[in-house]
Design a protein around this ligand. Structure first.
Ligand code: G6P
Length: 368
């Protein structure tokens, strides 16, 4: 088994470290300097122009990738996107028809509720595109079209490399749609492609530059039983995924909050020493986010910020800062999650948890 883990103590750590290579593989053949190529999806341009609405349906971590997808597609393509948890979608008679595109996301391609949602959508006349990792899985076979993640087998129950590839899939898909529907001009597409090409190397940089610091932070973190993750815009969606990672494997109770919503309840729980992980990567809401950080600092929370390289200001308000490299504002999610994956991993390990096989959880849930 040690050989399978490639020298790492756990599959999860191995899979975190595999991300630069996995994301590189994900991009191969799907873009050149000028344009995005997703002809593998066999969607004809007329059809792409006809969509009036998109639904993204998934469970767990895959659902969180869909939340990123919503922000990115709405911003770049200007089509309304709804994101739904598969076990909710399938029972609520969703309002979909032939002009709705449904995207289901599933690492395993076998999650029962996601599969049922796919069938429900097809039954209502919608086209279904699947984003999945497993070739030949039930969802891959039943969907109308498939985009594969190509990250290799993911063994740890807590998803890492599949999540970052799903997020990349949404970036590419949004650019592809924008390219065809004409909401993006050539220059915007080229700029976005240049940013995407740097992502694998930037992920590598983050791992190399934050891992040892996170190991130290983890020692202080283990004694806590509660933590909060806050962010705005796409950072809010990353907060949710970071919070889930920590809960799943360390059993620390964690909650993710849209930072602007804190004062409507959660602030009552922020007291001396409570860890608050603040995602501060969005320039358009930077000042607002900074004041949320100051709000929790004023209540003596322990603030760990994830911020963009070059942001010195945040150091005045956060005790610890984990830096990620600069990229386009919409593309930070795939980078900002990396330190949170590492934090969850090292905290869980120090707490003696079974990192790869957390209690009560399964890699793939094939019951409804
Ligand atoms: C299980 C796993 C999660 C995963 C979810 C959806 O709950 O423990 O890590 O995100 O299923 O899995 P899928 O294979 O559909 O992405």
């Amino acid at each position: 088994e040690m050989a399978e883990k490639g020298g790492y103590e756990h599959f999860m750590l191995k899979e975190i470290h595999e991300q630069p290579e996995a994301l590189r593989r994900f991009l191969v053949g799907r873009l050149n300097d000028e344009s995005v190529h997703l002809e593998e999806l066999n969607l004809n341009p007329e059809e792409i122009k006809s969509y009036s609405r998109i639904f993204i349906v998934a469970c767990g971590t895959a659902y969180h990738s869909g939340l990123v997808g919503k922000y990115v597609i709405e911003k770049l393509v200007r089509i309304p996107v709804e994101v739904d948890i598969a076990s909710e979608f399938r029972y609520r008679q969703p309002l979909i028809d032939e002009s709705t595109l449904v995207i289901v996301v599933s690492q395993s391609g076998e999650t029962a509720d996601t599969l049922a949602a796919l069938r429900e959508a097809q039954g209502r006349g919608a086209k279904v595109v699947a984003i999945t990792n497993v070739v030949g899985s039930t969802i891959a076979r039943e969907a109308d079209e498939v985009m594969y993640l190509r990250v290799g087998p993911e063994i740890a129950v807590a998803s890492t490399k599949a999540y970052t590839a799903m997020v990349m899939a949404f970036y590419l898909f949004a650019l592809y749609l924008g390219q065809i529907r004409g909401t993006l001009d050539t220059e915007e597409i080229q700029k976005a492609i240049a940013a995407l090409k740097q992502i694998p190397e930037q992920v590598k940089w983050i791992i190399e530059n934050t891992e040892s610091e996170i190991q130290k932070l983890a020692e202080q973190f283990t004694k806590h039983e509660n933590a909060f993750f806050i962010g705005r815009s796409v950072d809010y969606t990353v907060s949710m995924e970071g919070s889930l990672k920590l809960k799943e494997i360390s059993y620390i109770h964690a909650e993710a909050y849209a930072a602007g919503e804190l004062k409507h309840g959660t602030l009552a729980l922020i007291t001396n020493g409570v860890p608050v992980i603040a995602l501060v990567t969005q320039e358009s809401v930077y000042e607002k986010m900074l004041s949320n950080v100051q709000e929790v600092r004023a209540r003596e929370a322990w603030v760990i910020a994830v911020a963009l390289e070059g942001d010195e200001e945040i150091k005045k308000s956060a005790e610890n800062v984990l830096y990620i490299p600069q990229t386009m504002e919409l593309f930070t999610s795939v980078l900002a999650i990396i330190p949170l994956q590492l934090l969850a991993y090292y905290v869980a390990r120090l707490r003696g948890c079974d990192v790869d096989q957390p209690r009560n959880l399964a890699k793939s849930v094939t019951v409804e």
